[in-house]
Design a binder for this molecule. Structure first.
Ligand SMILES: O=P(O)(O)O[C@H]1[C@H](O)[C@@H](O)[C@H](O)[C@H](O)[C@@H]1OP(=O)(O)O
Length: 927
């Protein structure tokens, strides 16, 4: 017989009935005193002397927790405990926690309903989220035992912060046992008799006494505004697990979305639009070209303009998503959301265990950065880019081949020019203003800055690429005919644009032209240096004659440039005018020379970019789009991970030192299979992650409390400016405060674990995974060497004592070499190495929903076992608690509105054992 509970709406912390979340009447209720960002209320549950209605078997019990808001009568399901098997005195390891945002008051009632679960496979019947739905589906597989309720205020004011409530049958009559509710304060200790606690190994007992140690603050409070601006909609879970010495540890699990999911893509797309508009303009300003090149340019411009329009449309669409901080797995193929990372969350575990320092473990979970809308029929970026480059190199009859490095160099020089030219102009104007003030000191310092920037400018053109590009452009002008065959000795590395025989189309050829005056560029370029030298000489002369003038008793010039009028001044031309007038024409010449260099260099380098775009339109632009999309998803995750890492580690001076001297390792765990579409996803992901090397961070002082990071740069190099509150910023090392760029070292290790991977291993190809793991192992080793070299010796000796990093690296290497099937050891070792190196951890699968959830919960429990002495007999129970009632099942719910991991039995048989979820939590789900 199934006994139905009264109608309640679906549980789920995000899905509060709207009225409940925003009701202005809430103000009439008594708020719970709270610490910022800490949960408002946490408690744990245990039952005693439960009476089974029919003595057919031992009880398997679970408690469902519902909330009755003061103005409402109906309970809203909030959470559940795990199922405790075979006892009438169950002690639940899954507790209850209400995050700081939750509308809960002293007047709020909590209802506790105890069920006897007969069939675990039916336990997750709560398949849809219908908060206002009053008629719950029939409770298949479990029967109602009894319920009790209390007001939050009663618990808070209770003597020992413990309530012992009678459980009654649905008619409110018969008492069927007692339920104990104990308030928990993370870091404080609970006493209790836990003789009957069930373990993985049945019959084990655990005498438990909480011991009180002062909670160590692990979350810099000064820095909270930053975190609050970035993290949204937290889901919180609470557990208590026994330690190997039979004490309790408390674990709080938290999962939050991030506003950066949308903010970073929007910033990035704006930059792409800016960059591409500028390039398109430069293409238009290339001047006259011969018909072949002119047609090519027109064609390129048509496509490029279309691309810009498309980026603008995507940005417009994204801008409509104000306040969004989450893209669900079911939206992964939506065109307008392609730049947004899939299901991005911070997964945090906070541990308070006896005798040990409180600890935080963060993993960013996110769908593998990949271009789902474009699809994977032809593979992903790693393959597509390689194929594109090879074909381009070998098909040079319509354009000149420049290698990706040279194309990147052309972009870099162009960007340097665009930055330096206005800067030099400003310094030149400042020099003139110092001259008009007749201020020798300020003149000297203006000159210094002008010289530095001009030297950088001149230096930017010291490249063979500029010369070869100038010649190439010359030949592409109307009437520019190639008279001589290419000569390898003058090589940059281009192939000829003309229809010459294939043997002449070599990688290192350069167009030649007999009429081309190769030295002309040298003259134009040298003129900048010469005019700077003239300015330097004139300034020296002016300052020298000024000091002679003063020595000879002339008009005094005070240090700050204020002049005192003298007799001599009144009869000789005013020195202020002299200085200005002498320098003014020289500055004009410098600007003119610079203008000439800029115009020539811009044109010829833009011509190099034209070559990149000319090949295989529009595919080449689609490839850029694909790379931008994948990079955007990866970048949003990275910025989120960086900010969170910064927030949690700011108090650690060694971390800060590591940050500016070494940089941070960012380790991605991939669970994709090397089969079918996921090959393409992995190929996208590998490029997206390695492209993150182009990103550097800079920390600046925030002007307001919700300052979000700002992105600058272009496709080859981005800087993310992270803003910290003044008080925190002040405490940073000087190098960071001065704006030193902070680098990241992204690495990816992938191990496919599902049934598709079995197919890949048996009948397919796993070489992609093998080469990614090998390549990335080398990167980790490189990072480790820099770390050992740059961190201070006293830190290193302590670090080596604590951690056998060398051993872990050797072990990882052996496992990668071993080529064992589904060798998950690789991921565990890589994650451990990353944590020990103070890095940022990521876990990804296609949607970051199912496999990722298995992996992060396994990682959490492994950490509890290895670092916090989780009782070994409770490992599986802890894992099941987290998978059954923890944050990750909420993650599944938020993504697909169904509380089931999307695995079937067959799939799970292919999974390594510890990646299989507990019975009743998986099944067919419409993903
Ligand atoms: O979160 P994932 O593990 O990528 O979700 C997979 C799941 O592993 C698989 O069993 C299922 O058949 C679906 O393909 C899930 O992917 P969705 O992207 O459809 O959620």
């Amino acid at each position: 017989m199934e006994i139905k509970d009264e109608g309640t709406s679906e549980e789920g912390q995000h899905f509060l009935p709207a009225a409940q979340a925003i009701d202005p009447e809430d103000t009439q209720f008594t708020s719970i005193q709270k610490i910022p960002n800490e949960p408002q209320l946490e408690f744990i549950l245990a039952c005693k002397d439960l009476v089974a209605p029919v003595c057919d078997r031992k009880l398997n019990t679970a408690v469902q927790i519902s909330v009755i808001h003061p103005v409402e009568q109906t309970p809203t399901r909030y959470s559940s405990t795990e199922i405790v098997e075979g006892t009438k005195d169950p002690l639940f390891l899954t507790g209850v926690t209400f995050p700081s945002e939750y509308p809960i008051y002293e007047e709020t009632r909590i209802k506790l309903t105890v069920y006897d679960v007969k069939d675990k496979s039916h336990d997750t019947i709560r398949t849809s989220v219908l908060p206002e739905h009053k008629d719950s589906p029939p409770e298949v597989g479990r029967r109602f035992l009894g319920s009790a309720s209390f007001q939050v205020g009663e618990l808070l004011k209770s003597k020992e912060q413990l309530l012992s409530l009678s459980l009654r049958t649905s008619d409110g009559g018969k008492v069927v046992g007692t339920i104990e509710v104990s308030l928990v304060k993370m870091g404080e200790i609970e006493d209790g008799d836990t003789d009957h606690i069930t373990t993985d190994v049945q019959g084990q007992k655990c005498a438990v006494a909480y011991e009180c140690t002062a909670p160590d603050s692990v979350s810099g409070k000064d820095n909270l505004p930053l975190l609050n601006a970035v993290l949204k909609n937290p889901v919180c879970k609470l557990y208590r697990f026994p330690t190997s010495d039979n004490k309790w540890m408390q674990i709080r699990e938290q999962m939050s979305e991030s506003t950066l999911s949308f903010h970073i893509p929007k910033e990035l797309i704006s930059l792409h639009i800016k960059e591409d508009l500028c390039r398109n303009q430069e293409l238009k300003e290339l001047g006259d070209l011969s018909p072949h090149w002119d047609n090519l340019r027109k064609n390129v411009l048509t496509h490029c303009d279309q691309m810009v329009t498309m980026y603008q449309e995507i940005l417009t669409e994204l801008s409509k998503e104000t306040g969004s901080s989450f893209k669900s797995s079911s939206s992964k193929g939506e065109k307008t959301l392609e730049f947004v990372p899939i299901n991005l969350h911070l997964q945090r575990m906070q541990v308070h265990s006896p005798h040990l320092k409180d600890a935080l473990y963060d993993v960013i979970t996110v769908g593998a950065p990949a271009a789902h809308f474009q699809g994977f029929k032809n593979g992903g970026l790693r393959k597509l880019l390689h194929r594109f480059e090879t074909e381009r190199r070998n098909t040079g009859y319509q354009f000149i081949y420049y290698s990706p490095e040279n194309t990147a160099k052309a972009k870099e020089v162009l960007s340097n020019i665009n930055q330096l030219q206005p800067l030099i102009a400003t310094h030149a104007d400042l020099l003139l203003s110092s001259a008009s003030q007749h201020s020798p000191d300020s003149l000297k310092s203006s000159l210094k800055l002008l010289s530095e920037k001009t030297e950088l400018f001149v230096h930017a053109f010291k490249d063979q690429l500029v010369r070869s590009a100038l010649l190439a452009l010359y030949t592409a002008r109307p009437g520019g005919i190639l008279k001589k065959p290419p000569s390898p000795k003058d090589s940059a590395e281009e192939t000829s644009p003309q229809d010459e025989p294939p043997q002449l189309r070599r990688q290192d050829s350069i167009p030649h032209h007999s009429d081309y005056d190769e030295e002309e560029w040298d003259r134009v370029w040298a003129n900048v240096g010469k005019s700077l030298n003239c300015i330097i000489a004139t300034v020296d002369k002016l300052i020298e004659s000024d000091s002679h003038h003063k020595e000879a008793g002339g008009g005094g010039t005070s240090k700050d440039g204020d002049t005192e009028p003298s007799l001599e001044e009144s009869i000789t031309p005013h020195p202020k005018e002299d200085w200005y007038e002498q320098l003014h024409p020289l500055i004009l010449t410098l600007k003119e020379c610079m203008g000439e260099v800029v115009s020539r260099a811009k044109q010829c380098l833009t011509f190099v970019l034209l070559q990149e775009l000319a090949y295989s339109l529009p595919q080449c632009l689609m490839l850029t789009l694909r790379r931008d999309i994948v990079f955007s998803q990866a970048l949003a995750g990275l910025v989120c991970g960086f900010i969170i890492k910064l927030h949690t580690s700011l108090h650690d001076p060694y971390f800060l030192q590591q940050l500016h001297t070494v940089g941070l390792i960012v380790q991605y765990e991939g669970l994709l299979s090397t089969y079918s579409d996921e090959i393409g996803m992995l190929e996208d992901m590998a490029v997206g992650i390695s492209d993150l090397r182009k990103v550097a961070f800079k920390i600046t002082e925030a002007k307001s409390s919700d300052d979000l990071p700002v992105l600058t740069g272009r496709r080859e190099h981005y800087v993310v400016e992270v803003k910290l509150p003044a008080t925190v910023f002040e405490s940073l090392p000087l190098q960071i405060k001065e704006g030193q760029l902070l680098h990241v070292y992204p690495v990816l290790f992938n191990v496919g674990i599902n049934e598709q991977q079995t197919l890949a291993e048996r009948f397919g190809d796993v070489s992609l995974q093998e080469s990614i793991n090998q390549e990335n192992f080398e990167l980790v080793q490189e990072y480790y060497s820099i770390f050992m070299e740059k961190m201070p010796p006293d830190y290193i000796s302590h670090f080596q004592e604590q951690n056998d990093l060398k051993g872990l690296l050797d072990n990882l290497h052996q496992n990668i070499q071993a080529k064992k099937r589904k060798n998950v050891e690789i991921m565990w070792l890589a994650a451990t190495i990353c944590r020990k190196l103070n890095g940022i951890r990521f876990t990804c699968c296609k949607s970051a929903k199912d496999r990722t959830s298995m992996s992060v919960t396994l990682e959490q429990c492994s950490i509890l076992r290895d670092e916090h002495q989780l009782h070994k007999d409770f490992f599986i129970r802890a894992l099941d608690c987290m998978r059954r009632e923890g944050c990750r099942i909420e993650n599944v719910l938020k993504n697909i509105k169904c509380r089931r991991y999307a695995f079937n039995m067959l799939q799970l048989m292919a999974f390594p054992k510890c990646y299989r979820p507990p019975e009743g939590t998986y099944g067919k789900a419409d993903t």
